[in-house]
Design a protein around this ligand. Structure first.
Ligand code: TPP
Ligand code: MG
Length: 334
């Protein structure tokens, strides 16, 4: 039995429905992203989209440990982070379609998702730019004596930026409640990790900055949940930051709704090996096998999510665009 299989059984034994909740949250993100991909050619979404398909397990496993007082910052690939943190789906789709009820008033697009009510502080497309902001949030939490944590999502390319190292150093020195969550999907656009970084675990960088680092299967939501828990507990106790390195894989092209393996920067065999590790399918199968999710319940779940998504798309498509005479607003602080 693997570590996460035993966790699944332990959760089932205590009557907890955590694995089912994690599955539903991943399935919902997958279905939202698939729907965005399916509708993208209609050209109602006129901004770039960096889809999270294949990478659902990390934010879902982690977010089940968070409350609204905990804050998260994210990157260009932020849809799953936003939805897992409880971000409003209608506000997200309106933002992607440039509509006024979008979370940035329809001016930011897919890479600027936030929902302050649920602690989704911001998302920024400049690689590593959100990291210092997340550390700032952690500093504020510490100064206010809160037990909250700041989750800082980053891609494998972020650790090549100075901002990561300055932020990690500062967070470690001041024992800030910051959790760095690195989704290593092996690529920065078309460039593989081993053409960009020396051969050593990325987690060594965090250890060199004096914080504990844990490596985890980023396609297993339960393993992520269990691996993140002790890092979060230490951070809440004032013992300082932590680093979670999650190995995962993006299925679609870096930016856009299509598959781009034909470009040749990665092999079909590699892609297939990761597809065989589909975080949503694997957990669904395990739940069915363990009798935790009957086929009828799963079908009802899928229908419920599909209805929610259809309703949110209809809402966004009917929503107004920002008024042209508001073009100069929100550019400067009042
Ligand atoms: C400072 C900066 N340099 C380059 C880019 C162009 N760019 C956008 S996403 C990206 C790849 C980032 O890779 P990674 O952090 O691993 O995230 P992933 O896309 O794999 O999720 C790059 C280079 C940028 N947005 N910002
Ligand atoms: Mg990457």
């Amino acid at each position: 039995m693997t570590r996460s299989e035993s966790a699944l059984r332990a959760a089932a034994a205590t009557g907890a429905d955590l694995p089912v909740r994690l599955f539903r949250a991943m399935l919902r993100i997958r279905m939202v992203e698939e729907e965005i991909a399916a509708r993208y050619s209609q050209e109602k979404m006129r901004c770039p989209v960096h889809l999270s398909i294949g990478q659902e397990a990390v934010p879902v496993g982690l977010s089940a440990l968070l409350g609204p007082a905990d804050q998260a910052v994210s990157t260009h690939r932020c849809h799953a982070h936003y939805l897992a943190k409880g971000g409003d789906l209608k506000a997200m789709l309106c933002e992607i379609m440039g509509r006024e009820p979008g979370c940035c008033g329809g001016r930011g697009g897919s890479m600027h998702l936030f929902d302050r009510e649920v602690g989704m502080l911001l998302s920024l497309p400049i690689v590593a730019a959100s990291i210092p902001v997340g550390v700032g949030a952690a500093l504020a939490m510490k100064q206010r004596g809160q037990r909250s944590v700041a989750i800082i999502y980053l891609g494998d390319a972020s650790v090549e930026e100075g901002a990561f190292h300055e932020s990690a150093n500062f967070a470690s020195l001041h024992k800030l409640p910051a959790i760095f969550v690195c989704e290593n999907n092996l690529y920065s656009v078309y460039t593989p990790l081993d053409e960009r970084q020396p051969r050593r675990p990325i987690s060594e960088l965090a250890r060199a900055h004096g914080m504990p680092a844990t490596e985890v299967d980023g396609n297993d939501a339960i393993a992520v949940h269990n691996a993140a828990r002790p890092l979060l507990e230490r951070a809440r106790e004032g013992e300082g930051p932590g680093f979670l390195l999650a190995e995962t894989y993006r299925w679609r092209e870096h930016c856009g709704p299509n598959y781009d393996n034909a470009l040749g920067y990665r092999t079909e065999a590699e892609f297939e090996s990761w597809k065989a590790r589909d975080p949503v399918r694997l957990l669904g199968e395990r739940l069915a096998k363990d009798g935790m999710l009957a086929a009828s319940r799963r079908r009802a779940m899928e229908a419920e999510i599909a209805a929610e998504i259809a309703d949110a798309f209809a809402f966004a498509e009917a929503a107004p665009f920002p008024r042209p005479d508001s073009i100069a607003s929100q550019l400067y602080a009042d």
